[in-house]
Design a protein around this ligand. Sequence first.
Ligand SMILES: [Zn+2]
Length: 225
Amino acid sequence: MRPVERGDQPTDESGKPIRFTKYQEASPYLKERLGRYCSYCEMHLSAGLHVEHIQPKSHHPQYKLDWNNFLLACVHCNSAKGDTDIIAREYYWPDQDNTFRAFEYDADGSIIPHPKLTPQQQRLALKSLELFNLSQNTCSENDPRLLQRREAWEIAKEAYTDLQNGATIRTVKRLAQAKGFWSVWITVFQDNPEMLNLFIQDFPGTCQQCFDQSGKPVKRPCGAL
Ligand SMILES: [Zn+2]
């Protein structure tokens, strides 16, 4: 999961914070800040991306229009989470933690809690995957997120070879941005600091403080991970 920063509440032309009257009004600002990617599964979507409430609006109506409670989600992640009432600290969140450190991505499309985490951290990481039906136990074999993530891995591996054979870094970056699944690209290109830094800097909203100069993940300041 890509760690992101949505930034401060958007302002109007006079510099005043915009007070949303419907949560859907936040959608264009979130897409501009974070790119057109699901905040959880990382799928790229040109349509069908919704404003997602971290604290569900049914249980916490006071956060229904709260900018800091918003992320973006695809229909699969959105409906898996539904209006589950959550205790936020029992999960890892892409706007608060370095969620790239929480999981390990594999060629078969699977996501697992990262083996380097402590048992307690692995428990939270698994809970975070299960909340969105992204874990191996809860994700069906036909889940489009799984199939597309597997496809993204294949494309990233091909791009890795193409880069060695003369493709430009800009071409590879654009391919990654069009396909999505940022964590897959970061994993496949883990030994190429130049590409890592491009992915970190040029996918909108990626939390820069979660990575060192060589593109390796570090603990997020104020985050649990
Ligand atoms: Zn999703």
